[in-house]
Design a protein around this ligand. Structure first.
Ligand code: C2E
Ligand code: CA
Ligand code: CA
Length: 662
């Protein structure tokens, strides 16, 4: 009807062929009109559009599938034309960046604050490589702004779409928010390079920063200082106030030290109460000294923690690149050595590294190695020094004193190796050796009927702190056939302060087993009378420094050693303890002790420490010191007073010696 009304009409039809197949055709009907416009039939043309039709169909399908995918993928899909205008903006793009499609379609990237400033150069060069070749694909991780101004980390996968002639059609971008992953990575990175308690950088960070600092210093010819900081007696804070206060102290300390430094300086917590400061680009020579001084002053101010005013001090040491070390390890080692030196010199101070120090450290290292070998080779021996009754000269004790016989060094005295053995953990083994040797000797003397004196053995702080000491001693006396009552264990005051209760418990057990207990070097530590009262102790040994000072005090008319010796003697008697004065070298000292009721003494005046054989000979001789013979002839008064003593003593000794020989 429409054709008959004069209209040209075309339509698509699936036309069936004779063989039964069907193809899409377009049929076009054109009316044939005469001069007056009257309808006189129509032309019909049919053309086969089957191929075209199926391609279109395919395309439509593909496109709708693609769009559905683009909107469903967790990635934002964005397409840019060659002028970098957005031409596709998927649903996910909207939720990722906050802009809606109609706000951004047609918008050019360079008028749009989408890329974070610091990342623009990198993004620009990536886009150029994609547009101009050679890259067809590029992945980039950068920060982007969202519509609300917040910044997110986005991972982009971009590809350039080109036509058959290689002309750029568009850039297709798939984008993904990876902020949480980056944050987790940053967090991990932070945790790996920082200390959990104080939040300060840790050793890993120090290694990195030190390497770059040294490289820079070398290039620009400046210097770098590495400073070690260690709190003095931090363990006491932990022991007395608890670990929580200790932790708070470390945190506050970190803040305070950080505050004393420049922004560019690095403060690192190495471990426990050990910190390291890296000072870059020192101007002038006073640099590290000034900083060290400032830190020491800041640390000295009390830290208010949980109602306590915690007062601490620190020891510092530093080494400077390049003169004190060319590499990180040497520099660290040398700064550490300088810090130790500061500790030795009385703490609360700082020291610069010096080559003399390095030499000393190497010597110490040599001694340590030699000590280890000596332990394996059994190169130690005990010497014995008698302790005598003041009144009678009778030998009541014999103190065992450790010696080290070294091929190179000769006979080494304990002060030259015991502190080092303590520090390096060798003292446990060495102490064990001493206990075995002393009990063996004590048993031998008793069995041979050489004497009924007690053998005194020095116990080190580390032995005392070890809770296995009780069973260790039990085993040793059993094996060596030594009765515990033949031994007296000497313990210094300083080795008890750390854990008075624990030590007191251990001593109680030992004493119940039959061992006698002596407090050594009394007066040099921190024991107060109240401590003493509760300690299971038999003997007090007055430190030799007071005995040495007896005359000094008397001459000056002041208290000095004399007062202390007299006071301690009185105190000991009040507590029914025996008192031994150590280091008696002169008759005047013995006189004084006698006058003040001190019961026993030990010292060169009577006898030096001797090897076991020599001591036996000394005992056999009954070689009791003769006051009159050694007395200083100038002191008439003392001579008079001393006159009676040696006779008495000789007599007593002569009586005593045969008795003990039986
Ligand atoms: P100490 O326990 O106070 O031992 C007494 C020290 O005074 C000994 O030094 C002794 O030789 C010395 N001495 C004795 N009489 C006199 C004197 O009249 N004048 C002077 N100036 N000194 C005198 P030594 O043998 O050098 O031992 C030093 C320290 O080493 C000992 O002091 C003790 O603390 C430690 N020690 C020695 N042997 C051992 C041991 O087997 N184990 C442990 N843990 N420490 C030991
Ligand atoms: Ca001793
Ligand atoms: Ca002593």
């Amino acid at each position: 009807q429409r054709v008959m009304a004069g209209e040209t009409v075309s339509f698509e039809r699936l036309v069936e062929h004779a063989d039964g197949t069907a193809r899409w055709m377009i049929v076009r009907l054109t009316p044939r009109l005469d001069g007056q416009g009257r309808f006189g039939g129509y032309y019909s043309t049919t053309s086969d559009i089957h191929e075209q039709k199926s391609v279109q169909e395919e395309l439509r399908r593909a496109n709708s599938i693609l769009s559905a995918h683009f909107d469903n993928t967790p990635l934002a899909v964005i397409e840019w034309d060659p002028q970098l205008r957005a031409i596709r903006w998927s649903g996910r793009s909207e939720s990722l960046f906050g802009w809606k499609a109609d706000e951004v379609l047609g918008r050019s990237l360079d008028t749009w604050n989408l890329v974070f400033e610091d990342d623009r150069a990198a993004v620009g060069s990536m886009v150029r490589r994609l547009m101009n070749g050679p890259d067809a694909h590029a992945t980039i991780l950068n920060r982007n702004y969202r519509k609300d101004g917040s910044v997110i980390w986005v991972e982009w996968h971009n590809s350039a779409l080109r036509d058959a002639d290689g002309r750029l059609v568009s850039l297709l971008s798939l984008a993904q928010d990876v902020s949480s992953r980056i944050q987790a990575e940053e967090r991990l990175q932070f945790m790996a390079t920082h200390d959990g308690l104080t939040g300060l950088p840790n050793r890993i960070m120090l290694t990195e920063r030190l390497a770059t600092a040294m490289a820079r210093a070398q290039r620009f010819g400046h210097r770098v200082a590495l400073m070690f900081l260690d709190l003095d007696h931090f363990k006491d804070v932990n022991d007395t106030l608890g670990h929580r206060v200790g932790d708070e102290l470390l945190k506050s300390l970190a803040r305070r030290v950080r505050g004393a430094l420049r922004q560019s300086d690095l403060l690192v917590r190495l471990s426990g109460d050990e910190f390291v400061v890296l000072l870059e680009d020192l101007e002038g020579d006073g640099g590290p000294d000034r900083v060290a001084q400032k830190i020491l002053e800041d640390v000295m101010r009390p830290f208010p923690i949980e109602g306590h005013d915690v007062q601490v001090s620190a020891s510092l040491g530093f080494a400077v690149y390049p003169e004190d070390g060319q590499d990180a390890d040497t520099l660290l080692k040398n700064a550490d050595a300088a810090m130790y030196h500061a500790k030795e010199l009385g703490r609360n101070s700082y020291r610069a590294f010096s080559h003399a120090l390095a030499q000393r450290r190497d010597e110490r290292l040599g001694v340590e190695q030699a000590l280890r070998r000596a332990l394996k080779k059994d190169a130690f021996e005990l010497h014995y020094q008698p302790i005598l009754e003041v009144a009678t000269g009778r030998v009541t004790h014999v103190e065992s004193l450790l010696r080290w016989r070294d091929e190179k060094r000769g006979l080494v005295q304990p002060h030259a190796f015991i502190p080092l053995a303590e520090e390096t953990g060798l003292m446990r083994d060495l102490g064990h050796w001493v206990l075995v040797a002393a009990s063996t000797q004590a048993a031998a003397w008793r069995n041979a009927g050489i004497g009924d004196f007690i053998v005194s053995v020095n116990l080190s702080a580390s032995q005392l702190r070890d809770s296995t000491i009780v069973s260790e001693l039990e085993g040793i006396v059993t094996r060596t056939g030594c009765s515990p009552t033949w031994l007296e264990l000497e313990i210094t005051e300083t080795s008890m302060v750390r854990d008075l209760e624990g030590v007191s418990l251990t001593l109680g057990k030992l004493r119940r087993m039959g061992f006698r207990i002596a407090i050594d070097d009394f007066g040099t530590g921190f024991s107060s009378l109240s401590h003493l009262r509760h300690l299971p102790v038999d003997t007090l040994k007055i430190d030799k420094s007071f005995v040495a000072d007896i005359e000094g005090g008397r001459r000056a008319g002041l208290g000095g050693g004399a007062t202390i010796v007299a006071a301690v003697t009185g105190l000991a008697r009040g507590l029914s303890l025996e008192v031994v004065a150590e280091g008696v070298e002169r008759p005047e000292q013995l006189e004084f002790l006698k006058a003040h009721g001190c019961t026993a003494y030990q010292g060169y005046f009577a006898c030096r420490p001797l090897p076991a054989r020599d001591l036996e000979a000394w005992l056999a001789k009954g070689a009791v010191p003769d006051l009159a013979a050694v007395r200083a002839p100038a002191k008439a008064k003392v001579r008079e007073k001393a006159g009676a003593a040696p006779r008495k003593k000789v007599a007593a000794k002569k009586k005593a010696a045969p008795r003990s020989a039986k």
